[in-house]
Design a protein around this ligand. Sequence first.
Ligand code: ADP
Ligand code: AMP
Length: 213
Amino acid sequence: MKIVMLGAPGAGKGTQAKMIADKYSIPHISTGDIFRANIKEGTELGLEAKSYMDQGKLVPDELTVKILLDRVAKDDCANGYVLDGFPRTIPQAKVLKDALEKQGDKIDFAIDVDVPDENIVKRMSGRRACVTCGATYHIEHVPPKKEGICDKCGSELILRDDDKPETVLNRLKVYHEQTQPLIEFYTNEGILKEVDGTIDVKDVFASITSILG
Ligand code: ADP
Ligand code: AMP
């Protein structure tokens, strides 16, 4: 099963994608996580990606597409995957579609997690991410057992640089201009499914599993 998660930054794509990956035993692939891992390791790719990410801009398609296509070619993707944060532009979606078509394959579901802009800034300022394993929490809605510490690996939780309110507003603008058109793209492909992302995490997940089966 190949799944694309759509939605504004902070809509809950990552939260749901991790749960989908666990339930259906497929890899969770987040281009944002790949970039952050490269930033942490100080690679050339990380350095370049950071200059865009810190401004709330998208990393250029050429760079992002190559990384994603290399990742989905790995053996663990043979039974499918859930993409979180890719595609974010129409050209990215077209490249993915063409690459899959060449193998007689396709994306099965594009799930749009719908959360209005008013809720997003609050979501993002409360998000905390683990510096080591990338697990995500929310100080009110999804708190860790011990404040500031990751339940899964015991490392420190931080506010992401690009989750500061001024950057979030930029990211929302970029989302509406460049990513939201994907809703029409996948509607035309006949695979778009919309879920309400404002309800409790487990209720969003129940809506998604009722779609995926
Ligand atoms: P995205 O991957 O779309 O950027 P995340 O999954 O990281 O979003 O979620 C953004 C923030 O909102 C996180 O702090 C997360 O814990 C929290 N969150 C996710 N889903 C919900 C929900 N249904 N209700 C309340 N908070 C949520
Ligand atoms: P995310 O973790 O999905 O919120 O992504 C964080 C940041 O990484 C985004 O704001 C972009 O700067 C960059 N990024 C992640 N995925 C993509 C993508 N598919 N295309 C372009 N930039 C991306």
